[in-house]
Design a protein around this ligand. Structure first.
Ligand code: BTN
Length: 236
């Protein structure tokens, strides 16, 4: 594991995107603050300076790239495991958000740099740790560890736990460990009826649950369909 820590940067994902050729596989890049933190679907990721864990992980070895379908959900599962260590019960909102009760505590942005083939994967993770007030508009109601626990927690210790656990789980994944049963147990959307946009249409759907290949089985208008992340946005 290699680590790089910034006080401030545009985005840790963007930093890796611009520098992956000179960085080692399994380099973790963190920042206390981002001026252009990016979320999924072109959204911005806001975070109070110095209060949360913002980092990106570079995966450039082929054996990790091959596992791209499992990597974002396994990253979410890893965050959930660390939260459990802190006494917080969390679940995974497919494809890769981490929820505590009905609020979002962590978001993940998985990006691939592609030339002729995929050159690397960048796993960008934002976890709300010690932020207590979230001003402005949020699509999904946010929460943080300090809100859930009613106290601040040591950010450096938390960061090290997340890094260590993530490296371990990813190595177990490429060595053949199957995390499906564990992920399935933590499925937040399973059996829920929700609004979602699919094929540019807002629909009421029923989520059946996460499939073994980490796609999502849903049902609407009497049809059952397996969808990949990117094909759907949820409006809970
Ligand atoms: C989402 O839920 O929309 C994903 C949010 C991902 C945010 C993290 S913070 C660290 C890394 N750098 C970024 O610019 N984005 C990710």
């Amino acid at each position: 594991m290699k680590t790089i820590d910034f006080d401030i940067i545009d985005s840790t994902n963007t930093y890796i995107k611009n520098n992956y050729q000179s960085l080692d596989n399994m380099t973790f890049v963190s920042a206390k603050n981002q001026t252009n933190g990016r979320g999924r679907n072109q959204r911005i990721w806001k975070s109070e300076d110095g209060r949360n864990l913002l980092f990106s992980l570079l995966l450039s070895k082929q054996k990790y790239i091959e596992q791209y379908k499992a990597i974002s959900i396994l990253s979410a599962y890893t965050v959930l495991e660390v939260l459990e260590d802190y006494g917080i019960n969390a679940s995974i909102k497919w494809p890769n958000d981490v929820y505590v009760n009905d609020s979002k505590i962590c978001g993940i942005l998985l990006e691939a740099v592609t030339k002729e083939t995929v050159e690397c994967l960048i796993v960008g993770i934002g976890i709300n740790v010690n932020q207590k007030v979230f001003e402005g508009e949020y699509l999904h109601r946010p929460t943080s560890l300090s809100i859930e626990l009613n106290k601040d927690i040591g950010l450096d210790e938390f960061k090290l736990k997340v890094y260590t656990m993530l490296e371990n789980n990813l190595n177990e994944l490429i060595n053949g460990k199957d995390f499906y049963e564990a992920v399935k147990k933590a499925d937040y959307l399973r059996d829920k009826e929700v609004y979602a946009v699919i094929d540019n249409l807002k629909r009421r759907i029923r989520v059946i649950g996460i499939n073994e290949d980490y796609s999502l089985k849903i049902e609407y208008d009497n049809i059952t369909r397996d969808i990949e992340s990117g094909e759907i946005t949820f409006h809970l």
